[in-house]
Design a protein around this ligand. Structure first.
Ligand code: FAD
Ligand code: EPU
Length: 339
């Protein structure tokens, strides 16, 4: 398949919030060569550009008056050196397909990241994470196309400046590169990461004392299904906000007033607060406002009950930010990319 430039394309099937907006131009990209070909086309070149994977971390508030490139570059391969395995995947591979491949092959490292929606190519952008593991723990390198020059560049771990839901691609290199391939550093020897409370209790419920990576993947998947809405039935983009990381001084002030505050210690004399708890305390859990609201089992997830506009979801998210600020003097930052 090769990329074809289309005009006036609905983006509703391409964002998990299910927001019905349009792209002026749209092309699906199946190879690095496609990228070069499409971006050299004069009418495409002149346009503002948006790169989309699975559209599971975006909120469209209006039509996109430019060119949307949906990255569908396929392919998974593995190279084994003793117990070390380097797995390389095309940016368009569905993230969970990569996880399932690794679990089936006995390649350990990504099992805690089971069932996260989206694509391989987007995984370094916000350094996806769940259940005690982040992408950075298994990241080897990625290949990317520089939009300004059309040249390919390889990014090593240190180049990516990974942080909590953060990387160089969200900061100084935002909008400058298109990731085409990611390489992961995995192992045939499982080093089970089951510290996360919910994993431990679910393994205990199932009577599993020595979990395999397949057990961990299954347990993580079932915890996720119980908490998070399935975008194929209820539009959403996972956690709408990040968990705020605050200085110890601020943490102490808030916890003095609210001793039941839910938090996690993080390095650097800072504390991460559970945004879902803060939002629930402001009375927003399961709240429905028009066609939008928060999920009944997870206040951090904003949902589209059907027919919501991006503006409606955005303005509801502003109400949440204001309520949390008024009650706790803590400012929530959106995880979801606003467009
Ligand atoms: P998109 O939404 O398409 O894009 C996200 C951003 O990355 C955009 O800025 C886009 O321009 C950029 N981008 C995408 N692909 C490329 C590329 N190839 N090159 C350059 N830039 C690119 N996230 C977590 O971290 N942990 C979770 O546990 C988690 N759970 C979720 C649960 C649900 C139900 C949902 C809907 C989302 C969840 N998310 C979670 C958020 C989301 O799955 C991740 O952010 C995922 O990596 C987004 O992938 P995507 O392909 O859909 O990216
Ligand atoms: N909580 C509430 N009420 C709520 C939701 C949460 O009180 O409505 C409290 C609970 O005490 C709970 C704590 O908050 O124990 C943490 O909740 P949860 O375990 O559901 O995790 P989270 O912090 O809300 C984060 C990530 C998720 C990731 C899970 C599991 C962020 C912004 N979110 O959620 O990632 O899957 O941990 O590791 O860091 C995403 O990024 O899109 C995402 C879903």
């Amino acid at each position: 398949m090769t990329a074809v430039l289309q005009e006036h394309t609905s983006l509703k099937p391409f964002n998990t919030f299910g927001i019905p907006v349009y792209a002026h131009f749209f092309a699906e990209i199946f190879s690095e060569r496609d990228l070069g070909a499409i971006l050299q086309d004069a009418s495409a070149k002149a346009q503002p550009l948006l790169v989309l994977g699975g559209g599971s971390n975006v909120l469209f508030t209006k039509d996109f008056e430019g060119l949307v490139l949906k990255i569908s570059i396929p392919g998974i391969s593995a190279e084994q050196q003793g117990t070390r395995v380097l797995v390389t995947a095309g940016a368009g591979v569905v993230w969970n397909d990569l996880v399932m491949y690794c679990v089936q092959q006995g390649f350990a490292g990504v099992e805690n990241l089971s069932l996260i929606p989206g694509t391989v190519g987007a995984s370094p952008i916000q350094n996806i994470g769940a259940y005690g593991v982040e992408l950075k723990d298994v990241f080897h390198s990625c290949r990317a196309y520089e939009i300004a020059t059309g040249e390919m560049r390889t990014f090593a771990y240190a180049d990516c400046k990974f942080g909590y839901r953060d990387s160089v691609f969200k900061n100084e290199l935002k909008g400058k590169y298109i990731i085409t391939e990611v390489r992961f550093d995995l192992s045939t020897e499982a080093n089970a990461n089951i510290q996360y409370g919910a994993i431990q209790s679910e393994l205990a419920n199932r009577g599993i004392a020595q979990p395999t990576i397949a057990d961990i993947s299954n347990v993580v998947s079932s915890i996720r299904v119980s908490k998070l809405p399935d975008p194929s039935t209820i539009g959403n983009a996972g956690s709408f906000f990040k968990n705020p990381v605050v200085d110890r001084e601020k943490f102490e002030a808030v916890s003095a007033k609210f001793p039941e505050l839910v938090y996690y210690e993080v390095p650097g004399n800072q504390v991460k607060l559970a945004a879902g708890w803060l939002i629930e305390q402001c009375g927003f859990k399961g709240k429905v406002v028009g066609q939008t609201g928060t999920w009944k089992n997870q206040a951090l997830v904003l949902v589209n009950h059907g027919g919501a506009t991006g503006q409606e979801v955005y303005s509801f998210s502003e109400d949440i930010i204001q309520a949390v600020r008024a009650k706790f003097d803590v400012i929530l930052e959106r995880e979801v990319n606003l467009l």
